[in-house]
Ligand binder design. Structure first.
Ligand code: SF4
Ligand code: SF4
Length: 443
């Protein structure tokens, strides 16, 4: 029986467009736009300026604090400018804009670690930091910070997240098929760093070929297993994955280290292997370019900083006018309106959808059906959390769960009144969390 959690929804998977398409290298971009903020925490500080020649892999922005990450140039070329540029999160933010040189890239790589058994844990953590690795599942939290638990805590299990529960997205699926051995090696590095005894690779049951491949690769490694999870959204959310696989509940308002678990995306494990064994910083990633109006949907290996418009061209363009253009999947992705937005470390998908019906966006009054409550995987009361968020009544919004919402969108997906539930909760959540942090500080 596949492993599961309570709540959740079953949107159409829509993965057939790309699930059998191996990851191919994207073409060389004509311009690279590297945002200095591609992660949770302080943005990187630029260390290059207009006119500088850079090589691929060279650091172009250094971390600005403990919770931060450096950024590197994905190509060799010339810095055109360091300037504000439209950002995936909205508005404009500083970015290093590079004109790629013609021909092959010349690389600046870090010293590879050839003997992992003898490499101290501190050096591995530092390598993850200097390689600019962040959570590639979309959370983009700096990995070097996440792999070290707070004082007094320890990990006993590392879970690699290969669930890929978002509809349409298939790049993690193809990564597991084409780079499974490297992912397992990345998991072994994480086990060494954390001292955890067990590694688990969690995969939804709709990827039987990836399950089989990783089972074969881990057959002789008793402390690493593959866990087959039920196909249900949001199976890939880390608290839900921990519940499904280990039957452990992360406390309300808590984090996975409190139940001794570290969760990392399979793409992050691959990036860790690449940084440690090849000395390569995180400058490329797998991206699914898909949707019913994309001429040739594909999985591509894309340089961070590549404008979305150039990737779309490599997929044959659109067959119809796109009214919706989303970075990520349809449930948690962020709608965009400009093709010069670049791929960042957190971009798992680029999704183009046909125009919506206007009535899909018209919210009507709540009919008190409680469907949103039934599907909420965090056991919150979305209808009330949204109502109080809209009224800016933060105490009440928090009481109904606004601070613990994982923004999965399951409530909005099922609501027959089409209420903008997750949207309203997302607006109040930062203020709710800020108040919670202030209370904890003064306690
Ligand atoms: S309230 Fe938050 S966690 Fe619950 S279903 Fe809605 S978006 Fe998901
Ligand atoms: S699903 Fe929509 S209509 Fe039903 S209780 Fe929740 S908010 Fe109200």
């Amino acid at each position: 029986m596949p492993l599961t959690f309570s709540g959740g929804v079953h949107p159409p998977e829509s993965k057939h467009l790309t699930c059998a398409k191996p990851i191919e290298p994207a073409g060389r971009p004509t311009e690279i736009i590297v945002p200095l903020s591609q992660h949770i925490g302080g943005p990187a500080t630029p260390v290059v300026e207009k006119g500088d020649e850079v090589s691929a892999g060279q650091m172009i922005g250094e971390p600005s604090g403990f919770v931060s990450a450096p950024v590197h140039s994905p190509v060799s070329g010339t810095v055109k400018k360091v300037a504000d540029h439209p950002h995936v999160m909205g508005g404009e933010k500083p970015a290093v804009i590079i004109t790629p040189a013609e021909g092959e890239d010349s690389w600046t790589l870090m010293e590879p670690f050839t003997d992992l058994d003898r490499t101290p844990v501190e050096k591995l953590v530092e390598r993850i930091r200097e390689a600019g690795i962040v959570g590639l599942g979309g959370a983009t939290f700096p990995t070097s910070v996440k792999v070290v638990p707070p004082k007094g805590h320890s990990f006993d299990t590392v879970i690699l997240n290969g669930a890929e529960c978002e509809p349409f997205l298939t790049c993690d699926h193809q990564l597991m098929l084409s780079r499974g051995a490297e992912i397992v090696k990345g998991l072994k590095i994480l086990l060494k760093i954390t001292g955890a005894q067990t590694g688990v690779i969690g995969i939804e049951a709709n990827k039987p070929d990836a399950v089989k491949h990783l089972e074969e690769l881990t057959r002789h490694t008793a402390h690493i297993v593959v866990a087959v999870c039920r196909v249900k959204y949001p199976q890939g959310a880390e608290k839900q994955l921990i519940k499904s696989i280990l039957d452990r509940e992360v406390p309300v308002g808590g984090l996975p280290f409190q139940v001794k678990v570290l969760v990392q995306n399979v793409g992050t494990a691959y990036a860790i292997w690449d940084a440690v064994v090849n000395g390569r910083p995180l400058v490329e990633r797998a991206v699914t370019v898909t949707g019913p109006i994309v001429a040739e949907p594909r999985n591509l290996w894309v340089k961070v900083g590549t404008p979305i418009g150039e990737i779309l061209e490599q997929c044959g363009g659109l067959t119809d006018d796109a009214a919706r253009f989303i970075l990520g999947g349809p449930m948690m992705g962020l709608a965009q309106h400009r093709f010069d937005i670049p791929v960042t470390k957190g971009t798992s998908g680029v999704l183009f959808l046909p125009p919506p019906r206007p009535e899909d966006f018209i919210a009507t009054p709540c009919i008190r059906c409680a469907q949103c409550v039934d599907v909420c995987p965090m056991n919150l009361v979305p209808c009330e959390a949204a109502t109080f968020s809209e009224a800016e009544m933060l105490d009440e919004a928090e009481a109904y769960g606004a601070g613990d919402c994982i923004e999965c969108g399951s409530c909005s997906y099922v609501c027959p009144a089409r209420r903008h539930l997750v949207q309203s909760i997302k607006v109040s959540k930062p203020a709710v969390l800020k108040r919670r942090a202030e209370r904890a500080k003064s306690a």
